[in-house]
Write a protein of this length. Structure first.
Length: 244
């Protein structure tokens, strides 16, 4: 008999038109403390999302009919559920577009299921409000900058009466900036702080996430004043940050 107080297994939705990959991932992840549901296309994905509550979505990019980018946009328009995109090897442009439309992380095919499991756990750690609350206990309850109020416990960003939705990746990038205001942070540092993993050669995903975050907080994203690019260095968060 299971203990009623034990932590429930994270529920993962895998969306891939390849039956072998769905079966492989379902069996592997199920053996590693995950609950798994699979879908072969957008129709089954929507039905699953309507029927169940999921902790994370693994979404293949290249599928017939509605592709992964279209489905990612759809999910992100309605939910902040973490998304890991599966891309073809060398598909840098597709990978960047996937991050642009809201994916939190990516993996290139072919991949090792163990690495995917590790990525899933890392993304879930970043997106978990309870874990975030423990990690953020040393921070002020709320922080203010440039007319915004950020609550690390609820991960809520507020500007006046407007609540601004942040994906897990956007929140982690913003908290890295808020923790290090007026300091130049290079891409490797930001990857380590915000994504929990080391950079790979030519990894520009932080640039994509910075662009998305700018669109949410900058008065003019094309002429940023809050997150400035430092030539040859990285990025600097310019506002003064204080406890709310």
């Amino acid at each position: 008999m299971s203990n009623a107080s034990e932590t429930p297994k994270p529920h993962i939705l895998i969306v891939d038109d390849d039956a072998e990959i769905r079966d492989l991932l379902s069996r592997f992840l199920s053996k590693h403390e995950f609950r798994v549901t699979t879908a072969k296309d957008g129709k089954e994905m929507r039905q699953a999302l309507a029927d169940w509550s999921f902790d994370l979505l693994v979404l293949d990019l290249m599928m017939p009919g509605e592709d992964g980018l279209t489905l990612c946009r759809h999910v992100r328009s309605e939910s902040s559920i973490p998304i890991i995109m599966l891309t073809a090897m060398g598909g840098d442009v597709d990978r960047i577009i996937g991050l642009e439309v809201g994916a939190d992380d990516y993996m290139a095919k072919p991949f090792n299921p163990r690495e995917l499991a590790a990525r899933i756990k890392a993304v879930l750690r970043r997106s978990s409000s309870s874990v975030a609350a423990e990690a953020d206990e040393a921070r002020p309850e709320k922080m203010m900058f440039a007319g915004f109020v950020l609550d690390p416990v609820t991960r809520n960003l507020q500007q006046g009466d407007l609540s601004i939705a942040l994906t897990a990746g956007e929140y982690d990038l913003l908290i890295a900036f808020v923790d290090h205001p007026r300091r130049v942070l290079n891409r490797d540092q930001l990857l380590d702080m915000a994504r929990g993993r080391a950079a790979i050669p030519f990894d520009r995903s932080i640039d994509v996430q910075v662009g998305r975050l700018r669109r949410k907080i900058e008065p003019d994203p094309k002429n940023p004043i809050l997150i400035k690019t430092v030539r040859g260095g990285g990025y600097m968060f310019t506002p003064e940050v204080e406890a709310a």
